[in-house]
Design a protein around this ligand. Structure first.
Ligand SMILES: [Zn+2]
Length: 405
């Protein structure tokens, strides 16, 4: 067991207060801080403290995969298969989807053949892995995810009372399925800018009127469209957002994003875990590289019920988030003051992350380690008998390990 220091990532959509406050640093921070990465991703590995020196987790694992990863080492090519993050979104993130495993392999090979440099901003596929992801809300977390039931979308578009939307309402009403959604989404996301500049202001007017008239059925949806239009004026993604479920996660709730799920995080703080991949296909709402044809190829247009993952209690203070991902599993622990040390079960290697309070980690036959919010520990597959105990008041921990439990 070793202390692990996360890699801080600064993006424009981040926050100057949230991560700094969580980690006990002065606010506001110099840059908007968006993500704290705990993993062995080559782009920004976390740092392991070993006997007074510091080493990247990437190199630490690569030096002895058998000891660090244990029995799962061959399955994942000797690499840590997951990446754990704390994410703080103050502004909406891009409208995006991630490829399936087969699509990622083919896309990576294709771009290698075309000799697109790995670090080029034009690159869609930076590795050959899929990227299932799960985000668990630490506070209220707002997101768009998955195509809404077309019947509900027809009701929303009708409620906005925009005559220019009539043809799309009729189309979706006649074909309330994945083909109808594919047609409308494809039309909107590829609309020539001149047409977009005519249609979008009318839709925004519709949202303003809808809210002013005091309806409440689609209030969050209408507000979100206006907020997105303010952040990304004239962006086709604003229109496309009309087709996606608007989701509010309460603290502790999770959201699982399988391959092909169109999504955009809007606002909030969460713990996120994903396969160790950086493959993102963007459709808009971003200054970054957008590749609509490739996004259309990987999108799953099947209407989706809200993909919310409820925390399943396991024992007294532990909650499990069940997903189909084999690369990762995530548990949350709510440790009470004065309680006996709680065993932290896991499969293979693990990362323990503190998100509230002060926690003492105990290891049979080894030294204790105390971590505070934003602090973490690397647990190798060879480490046994890991337990956690709140030091003063209550404390919250997340434990990430390999999936399939
Ligand atoms: Zn994503």
């Amino acid at each position: 067991m070793h202390e692990l220091v996360g890699a801080l990532r600064s993006y424009a959509w981040g926050s100057r207060t949230v991560l700094a406050e969580l980690c006990g640093r002065p606010v506001p921070s110099a840059h908007p801080e968006a993500e704290l990465w705990f993993g062995a991703h080559p782009a920004d590995p976390a740092q392991v403290h070993i006997d007074g020196r510091t080493e990247s987790l990437l190199e630490f694992v690569a030096a002895d995969p058998q000891r660090q990863l244990g029995a799962v080492a061959p399955e994942f090519g000797g690499r840590l298969p997951f990446l754990l993050k704390i994410l703080a979104a103050e502004e909406p993130l891009s409208l995006q989807a991630h490829p399936s495993a087969a699509q990622a392999r083919a896309g990576f090979e294709q771009e290698n053949l075309q000799r697109v440099p790995l670090d080029s901003p034009m690159r869609n596929y930076r590795d050959d892995s899929h990227k299932p992801e799960l985000v668990v809300a630490l506070n209220r977390f707002e997101a768009l995810a998955g195509f809404r039931d077309p019947h509900r979308t027809v009701a929303l578009l009708t409620a906005l009372a925009v005559p220019e939307l009539k043809q799309y309402i009729e189309l979706l009403a006649a074909q309330p399925d994945s083909s109808g959604l594919r047609t409308v989404f494809t039309t909107w996301i590829t609309l020539p800018q001149a047409m977009l500049d005519t249609l979008l202001p009318k839709v925004l007017d519709g949202c303003v009127h809808y809210l002013a008239e005091g309806h409440d059925e689609f209030t969050p949806e209408a507000r979100t469209i206006l907020e997105l239009a303010e952040a990304y004026p004239g962006d086709a993604g604003v229109l496309a957002a009309l087709l996606i479920n608007r989701i509010t996660l309460e603290p502790g709730q999770g959201l699982f994003l399988a391959a092909g799920n169109l999504h955009a995080y809007l606002n909030g703080v969460g713990v996120e875990i994903m396969a160790n991949s950086d493959n993102v296909l963007r459709g808009g709402l971003t200054p970054k590289h957008v590749d609509v044809p490739e996004l259309l190829r990987v999108l799953d247009f099947e209407p989706l019920a809200l993909p919310i993952v409820t925390a399943e209690p396991v024992g007294d203070c532990s909650f499990r988030y069940r997903t189909p991902a084999t690369e990762f599993a995530l548990r949350r622990f709510e440790l009470e003051a004065g309680a006996e040390p709680t065993p932290i079960p896991r499969t293979g290697p693990g990362i323990i992350l503190c998100t509230a309070g002060t926690v003492r980690l105990l290891q049979g036959g080894g030294d204790d380690l105390v971590i505070t919010p934003g602090g973490a520990a690397w647990i190798s597959a060879a480490d046994t008998d890991i337990r956690a105990q709140a030091v003063d008041g209550a404390a919250q921990l997340f434990c990430a390990c390999v999936g399939g439990e």
